[in-house]
Structure formats: C-alpha cells, structure tokens
Ligand binder design. Structure first.
Ligand code: MG
Ligand code: ZN
Length: 235
C-alpha cells in the first residue's frame, strides 16, 4: 500500500536507509505545510476536524447527520482514491464540499488540504470536516493542520483495532464507536474496546454512537462545541 506513497514511516525495522531518509523528508515537508494550514485556519477563524477510519466505518453517514443537526456553517473536504460519490452525498445536505481524489495514494496530506481550503474559502466561523481516505494506517502519520482528530471505529470491525493499529488511536483526540445499534448482532465487547483505546491513548475520549439511529450523537455535538477554538479571529 505505502510503496506508492512513500509513507510507511515509523517502522523501526525498515532496513534500507535510503527509504528511511525519503520517508523522513516526506513527513518533514508535510509537517511544514501542515503548520501553514494551521496558521491559515486560525487567521480565517475556522475550526478543522480530521475524520479518520477504515473504509465503511461510517464517516460519511456520520457527517451527513452531523451537518444537518449541528447547526452553523459547515464545509467538507472529501478524500477518496476515486469517485465523487461521497462528495455528492455531502452536497445533498447543502454543505460546501470539495472532493480530493488521491489515485494510488492512501491518505490525505497537508498540500492536498491547502488546495482544497483554497477552493472552498470557508467563511469565518465555519466548521471544516476533513474526511480522510478510509485507512487505519498512514493517515495517522500526516498532520493536516487540523485542530482535532476524530477516529471512527465501528462494532462490525471488531474490538481489536486499537491494539492492532495503535498509531491511529494514539493520535486521536476522540474515538467515535459507531454502529452500536448492531451490538446485539456481533461479538464485540465494549468494555474491552474502551480499555484498549486507553492502553494506547489514556487521554482519548470514547463516545459510543449510532450515526443511523442517533444514539450518542448529542455527546459528539457537545464534544465538538467544547473543542472549538474559543475566540476565532475574524477573517
Ligand atoms: Mg466516506
Ligand atoms: Zn499512505
């Protein structure tokens, strides 16, 4: 997967020093651009949320419902390898949206987000949701300049993901456990999942919810409100 994007960094066992240097260069360049995004977002009074998960965890469904229920202006940057399917779903809610297709790439990077922000030019006070490419691995390594990171996990994926993909959960500010309406149909131990999230990231909030049935969404909206920068600078 990461052979095409040069992002399989953080693996201490990588033997070829040339590869390690390339990865460090890629990530260092990305960190610089992410810093510029962060400054740009602050200057324009925007609040940016990086939404990450494996494919099919329910990011787009959660966004559709969040946009209609949260209130206030929302803009969305949609990341997928191909198609504008998710952008079309978001557009139907009335929110501003731009689709980024990464082709062979398996994550969004800061330069893609910079171009998307330039296209969207959201008004001050807008919440910008960045729906990352569905992937529990390399999106965690790429700072986009966001204020906060939300990882969506779902009960149908199994409770073992925090220990199997620790980088993703280590960098999360909040873990949204989706599809809890299906708990009675699957073998998923909620307490074990929460315990393992906190093994890799003691500070992460875990919010069980159902984006389709509505359970727990009020907690998600409260969390968003509390995480928003207090005094956005007018653009
Ligand atoms: Mg999606
Ligand atoms: Zn990648």
């Amino acid at each position: 997967m990461c052979g095409t994007c040069g992002c399989d960094s953080g693996a201490g066992e990588v033997e070829h020093s040339h590869t390690v240097t390339l990865e460090q260069d890629v990530l260092a360049k990305n960190d610089g651009l992410a810093g510029r995004n962060r400054d740009w977002l602050a200057h324009h009074g925007l609040f940016a949320v990086n939404l990450m998960s494996s494919p099919g965890a329910g990011k787009t469904t959660l966004l559709e419902r969040t946009i209609t229920e949260l209130g206030g202006p929302v803009a969305v940057i949609e990341g997928d390898q191909e198609t504008v399917l998710d952008a079309d779903r978001i557009k139907a809610t009335g929110a501003a949206v731009t689709q980024v297709n990464t082709g062979a790439g398996c994550h969004l990077d800061a330069s893609m987000v910079a171009r998307a922000l330039d296209t969207l030019h959201p008004a001050a006070g807008t919440t910008v949701f960045i729906e990352n490419v569905g992937n529990l691995v390399c999106p965690a390594l790429f700072d986009l300049g966001e204020h906060t990171r939300a990882v969506v996990a779902s009960v149908t994926e199994g409770a073992d993901k925090p220990l199997k993909y620790p980088h993703m959960f280590t960098t999360a500010d909040v873990v949204l456990l989706n599809k809890i309406d299906l708990l009675s149909y699957v073998d998923f131990e909620l307490a074990a999942f929460e315990r393992d999230v906190h093994v890799v990231n003691p500070a992460a909030r875990v919010l069980p919810l159902s984006a389709t049935r509505g359970d727990g969404l009020a907690d998600w909206y409260s969390w968003l409100s509390a995480s928003r920068p207090r005094q956005p600078v007018p653009g």
